[in-house]
Design a binder for this molecule. Structure first.
Ligand SMILES: Nc1ncnc2c1ncn2[C@@H]1O[C@H](COP(=O)(O)OP(=O)(O)OP(=O)(O)O)[C@@H](O)[C@H]1O
Ligand SMILES: [Mg+2]
Length: 162
């Protein structure tokens, strides 16, 4: 059967804070697997532009995530590995993803990007100046940092470094 020599389709999920290099790594992974990459920021900018305010952002993000999830579950159904470039900041998000993978009966690999905050912020400042970037202010970076829950010791992951 054509395609039967491909790797079993699985979920490849990226965990890491803003600027830690998730999308850069995801772009590499999409070619090496190969797999279909879902980077929510790209969808947000394409659909709504780069300037959503604090009220507009959460509902827009929720819509994007719902559309993306419908696509990646369909891709898995069709035998295509998927790369979820979502960050998975919260333990609860990761627990939900593990439960979802188990329910779908597909393997899940969680990749952890652990760049120190100072260097991540420096890279984000550089990225902000590039076309198509979703701008992240220093204030947003610091505010969101409080929401970031690093992996607990019982959470299996592949640690990624440059
Ligand atoms: N090894 C590296 N050295 C220098 N800059 C890098 C390196 N890897 C990635 N970058 C740059 O750092 C910036 C942040 O990387 P990237 O966009 O991949 O992070 P991210 O985790 O996806 O961020 P976000 O959470 O905002 O989506 C990008 O401009 C990227 O090109
Ligand atoms: Mg990214």
């Amino acid at each position: 059967m054509p395609g039967s020599d491909r790797a079993a389709p699985g979920i490849h999920a990226l965990h890491g804070f803003i600027g830690s290099g998730k999308t850069t790594f995801a772009r590499r992974l999409e070619r090496t697997l190969p797999g279909l990459r879902f980077s929510p920021d790209e969808w947000l900018v394409a659909l709504y532009g780069p300037d959503l305010n604090a009220e507009e952002f959460p509902p827009a993000f929720a819509r994007v995530m719902a559309v993306i999830e419908a696509q990646w579950t369909r891709a898995l159904d069709l035998g295509v590995p998927v790369i979820l470039d979502h960050g998975f900041w919260g333990r609860a998000d990761r627990d939900a993803l593990r439960a979802k993978a188990a329910a779908l009966g597909v393997p899940l690999t969680l990749y952890a990007l652990t760049l120190p905050g100072g260097e991540a912020l420096r890279r984000v400042r550089v990225r902000n100046a590039q076309p198509g970037a979703l701008p992240i202010s220093d204030e947003t970076f610091r505010t969101f940092r409080a929401r970031f829950e690093p992996l607990d010791p019982d959470e299996e992951a592949v640690y990624v470094s440059d």
